[in-house]
Design a protein around this ligand. Structure first.
Ligand SMILES: Nc1ncnc2c1ncn2[C@@H]1O[C@H](COP(=O)(O)OP(=O)(O)O)[C@@H](O)[C@H]1O
Ligand SMILES: Cc1ncc(COP(=O)(O)OP(=O)(O)O)c(N)n1
Length: 278
């Protein structure tokens, strides 16, 4: 049977990030996607014009509907926006005993819009991170969660340790916002002390809308298919590398990545997507 996966995230009317990016990624990687909508955003490649969060009850009844019928092999969270949505999400993840949770702690969109209310950070740490197999902040998000400025590999490790102290099994600090012009390096740290770097050539493109959503969705899909965590991260990194290196050139701003590229060109362009693990 096809593995069943859930994304709990916001809608991006521009289709490059949020629940739309997640569902496309799940489809490309061969898993069945269910979805719980947390907010509607009026958004395009130029920015976020408006945010309409779902009512608590609407989030609850969506989670109950999914939980009563589907057998989830993995799930991810994206934009959760406020404290009550985080509390409701955590409550039903615990209720249904859902495992293999990827938490993408979405906070600020590329254009600067707040996708998580400032006061909701505490609920994210207290309610959701203890349930996570892996949490996937980008560098600014890791700085907010840890309270540590990331300037070098040492401060990145300290930030990762601090994030683990909130209870997740592991953390990946993604390197898309890193200063290195040659490489994009994602740092993985597990509670058991194992650390790894997933490194790829940095692609010079502005078509980067939704990279984090796509990466975390690919990770959840691979976990659902039974891949061990390290292999799942490797494939997710290759998936986003493929999506970034086959530009669609859609929209006038930060365009969407090409979710179809990994499946379409996976073999013939294999060497382009090579990810080094160290
Ligand atoms: N220009 C780029 N070239 C190659 N990989 C990138 C680039 N930008 C981001 N990535 C990768 O995309 C994934 C998402 O990272 P990041 O952009 O930091 O997340 P977010 O979208 O949450 O800000 C990571 O695996 C990162 O290494
Ligand atoms: C509805 C919605 N959810 C999440 C995001 C942020 O996505 P991300 O992958 O971090 O990409 P950028 O915003 O950085 O391009 C979003 N924009 N909208």
């Amino acid at each position: 049977m096809m593995p069943q996966v859930l994304t709990i995230a916001g809608s991006d009317s521009g289709g490059g990030a949020g629940i739309q990016a997640d569902i496309k990624t799940f489809q490309e990687l061969g898993v069945y996607s269910t979805s719980v909508l947390t907010a509607v955003t009026a958004q395009n490649t130029l920015g976020v014009a408006a945010i309409y969060p779902m009512a608590r009850e609407a989030v609850r009844t969506q989670l109950q509907a999914v939980g009563k019928d589907f057998r989830l092999a993995a799930l991810k969270t994206g934009m959760l926006f406020n404290e009550e949505i985080i509390e409701e999400t955590a409550k039903w993840i615990r209720h249904f005993n859902w495992r293999q949770l990827v938490v993408d702690p979405v906070m600020i969109a590329k254009g600067g819009a707040n996708l998580l209310r400032a006061e909701a950070g505490a609920a994210l740490k207290k309610e959701l991170l203890p349930l996570a197999s892996v949490v996937t902040p980008n560098i600014p998000e890791a700085e907010v969660l840890s309270g540590i400025e990331i300037a070098d590999p040492l401060s990145r490790r300290l930030a990762a340790e601090k994030i683990l102290s909130f209870g997740s099994q592991s953390v990946i600090i993604k390197g898309g916002h890193g200063k290195d012009e040659e490489t994009a390096e994602d740092f993985f740290l597990h509670r058991d002390g194992e650390e790894l770097l997933f490194r790829s050539p940095r692609i010079a493109t502005v078509q980067t809308h939704g990279t984090g959503c796509t990466f975390s969705a690919a990770l959840a899909a691979e976990l659902a298919k039974g891949q061990p965590l390290k292999e799942a991260i490797y494939t997710a990194k290759r998936f986003i590398q493929a999506a970034l290196s086959s530009e669609l050139n859609i929209g006038a701003g930060h365009g969407p990545t090409n979710h179809a590229a990994y499946r379409k060109y996976g073999d013939e362009r294999r060497e382009m997507y090579d990810v080094e693990i160290q």
